[in-house]
Design a protein around this ligand. Structure first.
Ligand SMILES: [Zn+2]
Length: 150
């Protein structure tokens, strides 16, 4: 018997998002593009924040009489964040290099059809009647989802 997946609000949000990404991007090509865009947007944002924090820190160093009340973020907080973001940017750079390899792969139309077919099975339309009935059954028997479905 399969173990019942965790139903806490974080996990439920994850399942919902996971299914949505399969439903809305059901082909290999769309998944490639989605993940590439996701890595790039994460990198762009992290890099921009890093630049801004560095600028702010060097401005403070060269300008000691800066109004203390304008310091919403402490120097320590900035230095710590810069260390963390430096690691994140290095990881993202590695992921990007791997994603580039994945991005090079092309898939035939017949195989793309298979992707669409499986995506429909994995993440059907959430408003589909069968899905709603199935969800209700799962909800009524959280410990043994298999037992009462004939
Ligand atoms: Zn959970």
């Amino acid at each position: 018997m399969a173990e019942e997946p965790c139903q806490c609000s974080d996990c439920q949000r994850f399942y919902k998002e996971h299914d949505r990404l399969i439903r809305e991007f059901p082909t290999f090509k769309e998944q490639q593009e989605l993940n590439w865009a996701s890595i790039q947007s994460f990198r762009t944002l992290c890099t921009k924040v890093t630049d801004e924090l560095q600028r702010e820190l060097s401005e403070r160093e060269s300008n000691d009489d800066i109004n203390r009340e304008e310091k919403h973020i402490s120097d320590f907080e900035i230095t710590e964040a810069l260390d963390q973001l430096e690691s994140v940017n290095a990881y993202l750079y590695s992921i990007e290099a791997l994603m580039e390899r994945i991005f090079d792969i092309k898939i035939s139309n017949n195989i793309e059809s298979k992707f669409k077919e499986i995506a429909k099975e994995l993440a059907p339309d959430p408003l589909n009647v069968d899905r709603l009935i199935l969800n209700r059954l799962f909800h009524q028997t959280p410990d043994y989802p298999d037992k009462n479905i004939n």
